[in-house]
Ligand binder design. Sequence first.
Ligand code: ME8
Length: 657
Amino acid sequence: MSNKEKSIYITTPIYYVNDVAHIGHAYTTIIADTLARYARLTGNKTFFLTGTDEHGQKIETSAAARGKSPKEYADEVSGKFRTLWDDFGITYDKFIRTTDEEHKTGVQKAFQTMFDKGDIYKGNYEGNYCVSCETFFTDAQLLDNGGCPDCGRPTTIVKEESYFFALSKYEDKLLKLYENNPDFILPKAKAKEIVNFVSGGLNDLSISRTSFDWGLKLPASMNDDKHVMYVWLDALLNYITALGYGNDEANMEFWPANIQLVGKDILRFHAIFWPAFLMSLELPLPKHIAAHGWWTRDGEKMSKSKGNVVDPREICEAYGLDAFRYFLLREVPFGQDGDFSQRALMDRINSDLGNDLGNLLNRIIGMSGKYFDYKLTSKDVAKFHQKELDEVQTLLANSEEFLYHLQINRFLEEIWKVLTIGNKAIGDYEPWNMVKDGKIEEAMALVALITNIMAKVAVLLKSVMPLKIGEVEKSLGINIDTGAYNKLIKNNELMDDTVITKIDALFPRIEEELIAVASSNPTTTEVVKEVLVCQNERTIKIEALEDEANLITIDQFFGTTLKIGTIVSAEEVPKSSKLLKLQVDLGEERTRQILAGIKEYYSAESLIGTQACVVANLKPAKLMGMVSEGMLLAAKDENGLHLLRPEAPKKSGTKVS
Ligand code: ME8
């Protein structure tokens, strides 16, 4: 991607509808959103695509386990993804669903074209299949225990009639592609893995299945109703069907894509299968397939069974959307794995956002108000501060290159160097002494220099933190659009005279973790509930659920000791909007102290003497400096949060099983 281009096409993977969105999905989507916003700001015609991947055996099984039809289930989860992105202000131009009618027509046209070209033939497949990854593996690729080499889960042997795509035919062409376009795969270090894989030899790819139904049918002309298409063929083609391929092709002007963002887990599909399909269709290839790293939480892999999945909505409600966006983009170099912890997020908020950015704005508001009745002019900035202006311009001009090469953390680092110039200039020139000495013109030039620095930084940060920078615009009396970008960044001009407006602190300091992980974790509760329902009512469904990513086994479930506890006292935790401090009798020698994030839903008094279901073998955790020795189970939906309690009173400490 470069700023010379006129039409920019950016894509995220389309997400499977067998799970709700978590931090990993939010990460990919926020990177893409930032790039798309920036491309638009710099005057490029931009198309940003995201959506959901809804076919395949995995979705069929997940839906069946919930007693729903695949379409019903897909509608529900796809809707949740879309609502989340809408609530996050994600500026996608199209949200594609693989169950869309136009997508089906486009995929069938592509299948037919590949078939007519002689790249698709019918044969028999016999081999190993991982339902969770929706991937075929050769014997040599499997783990020693026969497990999937990507996720470790058991594979099944599939033996069925199948259509094949002649992938092996494209081996040399693919190797040439990587050789001639060293930037095709970003970061470049990742290309090696792919080259090695392809050099090792490619088998033709099985692209249809007959053992289940939930997929796209082959084109009618094939006269073969038994088969549905392999979900990855169906899914990858979304990137062109979304532009109208096979239907009204007006938006195909955006093809080829400039940046296709993926997680490292699905790089192989995008860097091998996808260009091979496109070669077969005789369509141009994307400029970059950019693979980012993996997020963990507090150093551990996220999974439903551990109950440590980071819910992006919860984080944003507690810490703010823009702080979350900044954190994701700044914390980890693109391509490397990252770890999410509330502590790391708070550090970024308090230090980078509060101290460096927010404080500088505060000082502008303070000084402009005190010395100049909020009215500023840039007319003498160059006369007194050409040196600082030059330094700023060099940094800003270089920063853009980092963004276009997906070194987003470096992009932000360069911008922060500019903020340092601003903060340092105040200390170096001491405008209060200038005013005292009657050097009003110089003091004005200094305050206007800082304000210009803030304005230029704001232009570049708008795509990263659209909401907070909106407040900065209001405060500085500027409007950030392509005109402002051209004036302040590209042509290196200064702001027009302006009037500063006082606003609240951009990023107030956060002293304590705002989410009580140990005491309110709906994800864990949901899983527990689900397994219980299955056990009592539909034991048979457990088998189906076992196949599914991230669900726990019954043994793992019974690793949790659940007991009935009686709440003997309850009080509010000062300065916490969520926590109540409870003393709970579990029939032990002493009561346990449990901090529960339920203050919004229960008053302390109303809990005293009531009972609840308690996780009794949880490692003690510290919340706001206090020890919590257990967790209450609760269920939360749009009607609020309710504790899980026995139907009739039970002795304190009674085991729940
Ligand atoms: O693979 N850290 O869908 P999916 C970082 N439908 N990123 C993560 C992540 C984590 N812990 N977990 C998920 C599919 N992601 C297919 C794609 S495209 C034609 C079909 C992100 O729902 C990351 O972008 O499993 C990853 O590639 C994507 O979610 C996988 O989403």
